[in-house]
Design a protein around this ligand. Structure first.
Ligand SMILES: NC(=O)c1ccc[n+]([C@@H]2O[C@H](COP(=O)([O-])OP(=O)(O)OC[C@H]3O[C@@H](n4cnc5c(N)ncnc54)[C@H](OP(=O)(O)O)[C@@H]3O)[C@@H](O)[C@H]2O)c1
Length: 446
């Protein structure tokens, strides 16, 4: 950590003037002078870079130098801080960030993809050069979770961090819940409203959540960033039948990123999860994000707020700027990168928890007995088992089953291991009593 005070203007070079970059310039237009006054140091955008110079960004670029090549901007002698808002794990963003750090410039980035892949090595480089690598906007947008974990919880041992980290997924699941619509219908609507990309795989497949989770894990447990150790499941397989059954049983379905310390190592997973309806995190709706942190002295914290968008991300970047302006520089992941441990990956088979299972059982005598027998063989005890017809046939969900056809059976297990439930379900499939693959959703213990 270092603190050095200066009253010289802090000169910013901003690369990327899209949603986040233009949002930052807007914030500085509105609040920059006030920030500078309270910091005792003016904030000045000296130069910018983007792809298309002629594009109207809705903000004034008067008096701001245009540098076509972001890697040149990164080493420009007239900037103190390089703000990378281009995106992408590699390519120009990474090249420019490395160039800036090597040139001894502070770096601010919102680029979770790059940090998830190269965070540890970039942190090492920043520390070697004695500069900041700040990334408050990279996780959960406007929620100040990086500072909370890096600074406010410094005196705690964190046991688990989890959250709703992708607004697109939360919007889709919320609309499915509230409007009784099928996944595909809601996805199209989200795309039309600009909440989902035309290629939504990155969001709905859980990868964006996984990038953010990998960063939270490093901060929580003082480990190197280990994106490859994240088990990733998206929300594509969630049906209206699951949403309804969960609702009847007292749960909401949310896509969570979860990292926890277990006896067999650190478990990192992104998965749809059943959460009791009456918990605060289950009530987080629409594009809103939430991050929960369990720790030994501060207890259980829940931070809720806007996870994306121009204003929320600009707010997060402004806090990174304020730290640098005030000379407050910490190692990017809270502890020096040489002290970051190599995380031991907990095998998913050892995951302990309760499960929701939906089976499309053949509606014939003896089916329920066969299912419970297979569960008992693996010592999986059941909290409930019900045959459940969908409330109504919905577009895209399929028609109501006819007698003799398939009937959804919903199981809720008591706590068991992942390996046991998988073996039990393999047995049930082999018995030929169910059609298709069982739907399995973890129930998060809160
Ligand atoms: N959007 C959010 O709410 C949000 C939230 C948190 C984090 N982030 C992260 O913030 C970063 C930026 O996201 P965004 O949503 O602002 O993206 P965006 O709207 O697509 O903007 C990207 C910007 O990068 C510029 N650019 C592309 N290639 C370039 C190059 N070779 N050299 C210089 N500039 C280049 C583009 O220039 P042109 O405008 O000229 O095409 C554009 O201004 C990403 O890492 C993203 O993951 C975004």
């Amino acid at each position: 950590m270092s603190t050095t005070f200066s009253s010289q203007p802090l000169r910013l070079g901003v690369a990327g003037l899209g949603t986040v970059g233009a949002g930052l310039l807007h914030l500085l237009e509105v609040n920059g002078a006030r920030m500078g006054a309270s910091l005792g140091r003016q904030l000045r955008v000296t130069a910018v870079s983007a792809r298309t110079k002629s594009r109207d960004r809705g903000v004034s670029l008067q008096g701001v130098r245009w540098v076509a090549d972001a890697t040149k901007l990164a080493v420009d002698p007239e900037i103190d801080v390089f703000v990378e808002l281009i995106g992408g794990a590699d390519g120009i963003a990474k090249a420019a960030v490395e160039a800036a750090l090597n040139a001894g410039k502070h770096v601010i980035t919102a680029n979770k993809a790059m940090l998830a892949m190269h965070g540890t090595e970039l942190a090492r480089l920043a520390e070697k050069k004695g500069v900041a690598l700040n990334f408050e906007a990279a996780v959960a947008g406007g929620i100040p979770v990086i500072k909370t974990m890096r600074e406010a919880l410094a005196g705690n041992r964190v046991s688990r961090v989890y959250g709703i980290l992708n607004g697109t997924c939360n919007y889709i699941l919320t609309r499915m819940q509230e409007e009784h619509l099928a996944f595909d219908v809601v996805l199209k609507e989200a795309q039309a409203r600009g909440y989902a990309e035309s290629d939504p795989t990155f969001d709905i497949g859980g990868f964006d959540t996984a990038h953010k989770l990998a960063l939270l894990t490093a901060l929580a447990f003082g480990t190197k960033v280990a994106f490859d150790s994240v088990h990733i499941e998206g929300i594509q397989s969630i049906t209206q039948a699951d949403i309804e059954a969960a609702d009847d049983l007292g749960y909401r379905i949310k896509l969570l990123g979860v990292a926890l310390q277990t006896e067999s190592g650190i478990e990192q997973r992104v998965n749809p999860t059943l959460l009791p309806k009456d918990t605060a995190i289950a009530e987080v709706a629409g594009v809103t994000n939430a991050v929960a942190i369990d720790s030994d002295f501060a207890g259980n914290l829940l931070l809720v707020g806007p996870g994306a968008g121009a204003k929320a991300t600009a707010s997060a970047i402004a806090s990174d700027i304020a730290d640098i302006a005030g000379g407050f520089i910490l190692p990017p992941f809270g502890v020096p990168s040489s002290k970051l441990a190599t995380p031991k990956r907990a095998p998913l088979g050892r995951h302990l928890g309760a499960f929701y299972v939906r089976l499309d059982a053949h509606d014939r005598p003896g089916v329920m007995a066969a299912i419970t027998k297979r569960m008992a063989e693996q010592e999986v005890s059941l909290e409930s088992i019900v045959q459940r017809r969908p409330r109504k046939a919905l577009p895209g969900i399929g028609a109501r089953p006819t007698p003799g056809a398939q009937m959804p059976v919903i199981l809720i297990t008591h706590e068991t291991t992942e390996a046991a439930i998988r073996k039990a379900l393999d047995g049930i499939e082999k018995d030929g009593k169910v059609a298709g693959k069982p739907q399995t959703i973890r129930i998060e213990r809160l």
